[in-house]
Design a protein around this ligand. Sequence first.
Ligand SMILES: Cc1ncc(COP(=O)(O)O)c(C=O)c1O
Length: 384
Amino acid sequence: MAIARRMQVIQPFHVMALLARARQLEAAGRSIIHMEIGEPDFVTPQPVIDAGHAALTAGHTHYTPATGLPALRRRIADFYRVRYDIGVEPARIVVTPGASAGLQLVLASLVDPGERVLLADPGYPCNRNFVYLFGGTPVSLPVDAASGYQPTVQQVRDNWNATTAALLVASPSNPTGSLLDLATLREYQAIARAQGGHLIVDEIYHGLVYDTAAATALSVSDEVVVINSFSKYFGMTGWRLGWLVAPPLLVPELDKLAQNMFLAAPTLSQHAALRAFDPDTIAILEERRAIFQQRRDFLLPALRELGFGIPVTPAGAFYLYADCSRFTRDSYTFSQQLLEEAGVAITPGIDFGTNRPEQHVRFAYTTSLDKLQEGVRRLQAYLL
Ligand SMILES: Cc1ncc(COP(=O)(O)O)c(C=O)c1O
């Protein structure tokens, strides 16, 4: 079969093979502790589910405008006012089928074939594939504990050349949970602006921040493009709903592309999400945030005690990115062994880039404290 050449560079998630094997082992009766899964274990808050039911009953089954339900765009704008104390015009908000679609819309509309996009490495694996899809070149900026697992301003400056279209960062990041402060975001934006390029900030893990409040990159400049989603903090992965905030001149381009690529985000999900910002839903989400924090505060010292290197306390998301070189020189085989022999599933570093992936694994605390405790017991018995 003739498959397009561009498909040769698109990578699958390696963790999917591990997850499939974990399910196979479970089907055969083995107990597996899942610390590989990148989505909240909680179901969507009940008020949102009820709103989804009500939307179906009311017959809201048609397309919405490509940029989203006007009421939802207003609601999101309102959320920025309440949570971050900044004004965002609803007209700058585009509702998308998840942050995934938001990233694709933005990269498709800002990156020309042959242009470079700077990405943190390790980072969210899909980003480089999206860049490839649109004919661009992902440029990996190696990050580590010394830079708080985010690109340094110097790195961005040194790597930005005439063919660079954008810097794409995530705060908090997947897989490291690291946050960007406002001063760094300002410097990134100053470089992007001076070079005639763009700063794109993925804020999908906003809300899941434990030690300090996260500042939104929107407070730096109206020129920054911000991606967000209902998937993580709002616990709505399966509803496939997100949003982005763009400079006014970009919105008609995104609108045009969204019309062509997917017509609109799911209508049912958009109606349900109208309830996502109400105080009763937020109260549920904040309880969950506290639970995630409790899990992080258990798992982080426990893994360090076992000998995993996690030099910087991750401020957000639900991941711990750990150096496993004390145990192995091949984190992929190590992850397979932990699954087969200890019944613990984690994600190997290879899924997140080319910067020493063989020395790293990602633990997700998207399972109960009891299960995490059992996971640590199993690791201890296996490793020590
Ligand atoms: C950093 C980051 N961005 C974007 C996404 C895509 O999320 P969604 O399409 O569910 O909103 C994910 C999912 O794991 C992620 O970790």
